[in-house]
Design a protein around this ligand. Structure first.
Ligand SMILES: CC(C)(COP(=O)(O)OP(=O)(O)OC[C@H]1O[C@@H](n2cnc3c(N)ncnc32)[C@H](O)[C@@H]1OP(=O)(O)O)[C@@H](O)C(=O)NCCC(=O)NCCS
Length: 346
């Protein structure tokens, strides 16, 4: 659902309960459930323009969803008279088809607060449940990530029988001098900067996830990048190689911690997405963030979207080393992953 969600202000999330909405127009049940089609591009562009400060990935994402229907089930609810898209959500299959990943839930601003997201989410979850009951299909679990303050998203997860299974620190930062200075000055004196790190070869990155450091930092189970979580158990090489081949992902290490980063251009911003695994070592985390800020700048990114392991949330936030720029978010918010097992793991 929230693979797209780079940044959202809580105010962008639906706040009006259904009961408060004017009773004009068709009812939720009248909207037609159908696959997303090329005629929906315009409505999606309208939604993206007002979502996540214009950094929404919807416009580019729907092209992938429509092109690869073997992997993606992109559904929408369309107005019964005009056929215009009012709400959209995609189910994609990852982890060799074992995970149904729910993403991109959006309701057009004209139609919010009427229960459309709720209905569409139920319909898409039902698709996944039916698929998991087919012994010929590998699907065994449903997952998505969202911000921990996205109450609608969490409400829909609960209604779909999903619960929070993991969480990370999350921050969005414009790339400017202020950020570099803050990172430098927040590190403990003598702890060493990004010069201690190097870009890992594929062999080193795989060895990290499969070896004892991966266990300590939890990358032996899965890695998170750009709002998606990928199972690494038993398949670290394929996962990391796949990331590098399809997204140019780079991996950094050399100090016991581990990080990965990749570029993603959106309609108005090019962001560098980073995930840092540093257990409780805030200095290592700051070193890795600084390393990626340099990669972001080299690659023409204008913002950094950062995930970091939960143990560091307090340490890096405003009450700790105060690394993150408070004018973007007042605190350091959390991202969470919700999950529902659909079929017992053999
Ligand atoms: C989030 C979004 C999809 C909601 O769309 P919507 O069609 O207005 O949502 P609905 O009317 O179906 O409401 C969804 C559920 O959240 C509940 N809800 C609404 N506002 C709420 C709030 N502030 N707190 C808690 N629950 C809330 C609704 O009551 C409903 O639950 P119910 O069916 O059990 O009653 C829409 O606001 C949007 O596109 N936002 C921007 C993108 C985004 O945040 N997407 C989701 C995460 S990626």
């Amino acid at each position: 659902m929230a693979a797209a969600a780079q940044v959202s202000n809580a105010s962008e999330v639906a706040t009006s309960p259904k009961a408060a909405v004017a009773a004009d127009g068709p009812s939720t049940a009248d909207f037609v459930l159908r696959p997303v089609a090329p005629c929906d591009r315009e409505a999606c562009a309208e939604i993206a323009a007002v979502t996540y400060g214009g950094r929404d990935y919807l416009v580019t994402a729907i092209e992938t969803w429509m092109a690869d229907t073997a992997k993606n089930t992109a559904l929408c609810l369309a107005h019964p008279e005009t056929n215009r898209l009012a709400a959209i959500e995609n189910l994609t299959r990852i982890d060799d088809g074992e995970t149904g990943w729910v993403e991109g839930l959006r309701t057009h601003p004209d139609w919010r607060g009427r229960g459309l997201a709720s209905r569409l989410h139920k319909e898409l979850v039902a698709v996944a449940v039916a698929e998991s009951e087919d012994p010929a299909k590998p699907l065994r679990r449903l997952r998505y990530t969202t911000r921990a303050d996205n109450l609608v998203s969490l409400r829909l997860a609960e209604a779909a029988g999903m619960s929070v299974v993991d969480s990370w620190g999350f921050a969005f930062q414009p790339l400017d001098e202020r950020l570099c200075d803050k990172l430098d000055s927040a590190r403990s004196p003598g702890s060493g900067g990004p010069e201690l790190l190097h870009e890992l070869t594929m062999e080193e990155a795989v060895a990290h996830c499969e070896g004892p450091t991966g266990d300590r930092l939890s990358t032996s189970k899965f890695v998170t990048i750009d709002w998606k979580v990928l199972q690494t158990v038993g398949r670290a090489r394929r996962v990391l190689q796949g990331l590098r081949d399809s997204h140019g992902t780079v991996f950094a290490g050399g100090d016991g911690a581990f990080s990965l980063g990749q570029k993603r251009p959106d309609a108005t911003t090019t962001s560098w997405f980073v995930t840092v695994y540093a257990a409780e070592d805030a200095d290592a985390a700051l070193r890795h963030i600084a390393w990626h800020v340099a990669r972001a700048a080299e690659n023409g990114a204008t913002a950094v979207v950062l995930f970091y392991n939960e143990a560091l949330i307090r340490e890096l936030g405003p009450e700790g080393r105060g690394v993150f720029v408070a004018d973007v978010f007042s605190g350091a918010p959390k991202a969470v992953m919700v999950e529902r097992e659909l079929r017992a793991t053999e």
